[in-house]
Write a new protein. Sequence first.
Length: 364
Amino acid sequence: MKITAVRALPLSLPLKFEGEAPKFAGGARTNMDMLLVRVDTDEGITGWGEAFGPRVWPATCAALDKVIAPLCIGRDAANIEALHQDLMRRVHSLGRSGALLFALSGLDIALWDIAGKRAGVPICRLLDAAPRRSMRAYASLLRYGDPKRVSEMSAEAVRRGYRHVKLHETRIAEMRAARDAVGSDVELMVDANCPWTVAETLSAAAAMRELRLAWLEEPLWPPDDYAGLAKIRAESGIPLAAGENVGNATEFSNLLNARAVDYAQPSVIKVGGITETLRVIELAAAAGVRVNPHSAYFGPGLLATLHVCAAFRQIALIERYYCDLAANPVGDAIAVRDGEFAVPQGPGLGFEPDASVIERYQAG
């Protein structure tokens, strides 16, 4: 089965909200970028993937269209591992993370989608004979910067069935508001998004201990200061999570060898797709580190995360970004009901993107 075409499809999808537009990274946003990857074959099977796209999709598109796609035409779509390794070697001089790995991630997910469709089973069944059919979700809230708003949104998430809530706040007032809102029985996490030095993190952690956090995520700048993360882990008294900005399995090995985290968080649309994510899971298991993937996205990347995690019993939680899209090519396939994702049971990713949504919302 030969690859006949590889194409990037950037989308700008409207967010669903009432009143004031939600804020991302401190700025109001009314839409969400999604970068789909379509792979066609000479057997008529089409696979869909997703590459990291928010704010950077032009770079990822260029990497896919100009570098990755020409190397794929005519290659065997069924031999995912061989193609993955060959492409990693061929493009390494352009970098081992960033846009090239994002593009490879989208390609790899699409190839796994093709593999499942060809076998007539969901991807999770390619990985395990008896995968889970549902996965517990956690609500990954936006950054609101206001204790009252944080309290309202945290309480709303619990009412909707979530038993785990993650904040993206950096001030203790907002964190305390969330804890007061959700009570002691709900697990609370904080993702700081890489703002602090080691000393600043340790100072912040001292104030956070009373909150009984399940984990503190990416507190440190730069995020690849693994020695600094290890010091924070040893001295903060709070479990640490990191990994969404780690570019490949080899770098994850360095993170794990530094004993820098309690939770490894590979992002399937950044790290090299399903193939590289499986390596990270294996490395983390050998190091005795738990895995809770980063999955703050809405398309095939989230579906791929669901399938991978359903096949590994040690993975407990799936991140669900706490906002909704007014239009989404995968529709209700990523819906959370009573705090649970249903793992799609159709072949491959288990869901075909809606062509009308793709046509209407293409960007660029």
